[in-house]
Design a binder for this molecule. Sequence first.
Ligand SMILES: Nc1ncnc2c1ncn2[C@@H]1O[C@H](COP(=O)(O)OP(=O)(O)OP(=O)(O)O)[C@@H](O)[C@H]1O
Length: 460
Amino acid sequence: MQEGKILIVDDDPDVLLAAKLLLKRHFSVVDIEKNPERLPFLVGNNSYDVIILDMNFTRDVNSGKEGFDWLDRILDLNAQVAVILFTAYGDVEMAVRAIKAGAADFVLKPWQNDKFLETIRLAIEGKRNREKSDDESGRKSKAAAKRPGSQTLIGPAMRPVLETVERVAPTDANVLILGENGTGKDLVAREIHQQSNRRDKPFVSVDVGALSETLFESELFGHVKGAFTDAREDRAGRFEEAHGGTIFLDEIGNLTASQQARLLTVLQQRQVTRVGSNKPRAVDVRLICATNADLNERVADRTFRQDLLYRINTIELPLPPLRERQDDIVPLIEHFLKLYSKQYNRPVTSINPALVSQLRQYRWPGNVRELQHAVERAVILARGNVLEPADFALKATATVGGPDNSLRDNPVRETMQLEDMEKQLIQQAMHKHQGSITDVAKELGLSRQALYRRLEKYGL
Ligand SMILES: Nc1ncnc2c1ncn2[C@@H]1O[C@H](COP(=O)(O)OP(=O)(O)OP(=O)(O)O)[C@@H](O)[C@H]1O
């Protein structure tokens, strides 16, 4: 009999009875509850180690939304308790989302006794470890947040990039980082700032491609009280916020002609004027821009100003797509494996070698961000110490029979399947967050702009 206080919440009395019969032979306290409305009372008055929660109560059979609401409530009341979700087959994506939202694990119904018990034991152990290390890790993460360059750029192909960063960072030269979505542009921009003499001053990141024509000026340059209806007080813009430090303008290729003109004036004069004011203010910022567009092509077709390009591209730093740097894949997988097995308290330590070669052949249209999410999901789904092909949602690669060329033979079909999956994930997230772009982008690990592009692409 193990010490452990467990609560099971499910609206099916047969499930409650069966689970209780099993668990009470192994754990010291097992309570059951049919009505989730009693959760706040029960959690508030008992120090449970584990709460086993059904995702689908009768009121809301399919979406699991009610389960998510209860998960939030439980974690608000007790951030330490381990919540294990009861999930039906076919709801695995929902379980992955729930674990990202703070659940400890999930159990598929109908359960297998051994696995069920092992999951609970691991959850109890995880909770005890969390309690023990809470103070210490709080101190450590604060220290890490302050340490310069604490987020590392992984992969041998990043070495030349890092060398350039080292050389360029201490100068005040403007840098233009080029690369597809998810290649690490934001990370490189932060690294430049961290290695520069401005590291103790602000690093301000703005997704300029996501700013509407009306917001652009006030967001970047600020406004004075009364400049427009919502301007209730004076506000500094992002350039002023970055004074003394670095401003990172992401998605610079998406600026309209008038936005380009405004930005160019500010860069030439090194001063900003808040909307509604006529008093210019000097700003001292180091400029880093990024884009996934070919700006030379844009200049050729006259959608991007050449004089603006010359201003921002003193140093150009191209980041190759992940499919062109296959040697980075394994170190990245190992890095994310370590990160997420710790974060989700999973005993995953390695990856099936057959899977490694499939992942090396895969085209990774979403680059490192996609790889990161794939590993995160796989770690959550893994049932053993080794990541297996079934843990990855890359159906297309699972069917690849031979070396590299088999992928090149059929890149379109592969992309189609991935696109279907991507579309579904976005639809689910939009549904979950009731269309909130900020929340959906956060959950999917996309920039708002990247999400907008995908919504447009899939007609959502
Ligand atoms: N070389 C790397 N080592 C470790 N993590 C990386 C690396 N490159 C990218 N990442 C991670 O991948 C994710 C995406 O990276 P990042 O946001 O920097 O890409 P981006 O090119 O700015 O994307 P977007 O164009 O969509 O804004 C981040 O979580 C980042 O930490």
